[in-house]
Design a protein around this ligand. Sequence first.
Ligand code: ADP
Length: 221
Amino acid sequence: GIRSENRQFAVIGLGRFGRAVCQTLHKLGYEVLGTDINESLVAQALAEKIASSVIELDSTKPNALKEAGIFEFDTVIVAIGNYLEESIITTLNAKEGGVKYVIAKASSDIHGKLLKRVGADKVVFPEYDSGRELAYTLTKPAILERFDLDPDHSIIETRIPEEFHGKTIEELKLRTRYRISILAIGREDKFNINPEPKEKLNKDLVMVVIGNNKDIQRLPI
Ligand code: ADP
């Protein structure tokens, strides 16, 4: 996992994405250093106190990163989406400088591939992800949470559909009819993990389901 209590983060690039990352980490109480090459963005970040500290630097220069202590951070977020060359060089610099975990924002598939090639440990595609999420929300508003296992399989939490109300898991033949498995049934404060096949479903509860995205999409929710 990438979560741990006393981690320190450095965010390179204070565009819309980088600022959101900085601000959120800072609000959550984490130590976060924000950097940008643009003087006025640095001044703005300082004025708005979106990070523990803010430094103006050119991240394509390994020495600038070294002097700012960026290589000592255990997680560096490269939030330079719209400047391909700068994004690639910065990611390479961070990995060569010994940063353990580098997350980089990509703005296209090929950008993502290049970032992986130069050593990014994780590549994120925020525009793609939020577009896809919006589509899911529009078509399946009952889905409360979604965890992607791989591009084709997910675990979701959803309200139990009316159609399933009062019926048992066995009766509904969810495995053969929908090719999905119920991992848990419950409400926010209490879940019944691995429910028995004779368990009755109730529309006021939620269920956690694992399956292929296409099969999940076929659920009557
Ligand atoms: P968003 O789409 O999230 O607004 P952008 O990719 O447009 O993000 O912004 C990236 C930020 O990275 C900009 O603020 C830009 O000034 C900064 N940036 C670009 N090149 C460098 C660099 N060499 N060193 C540091 N910051 C940079």
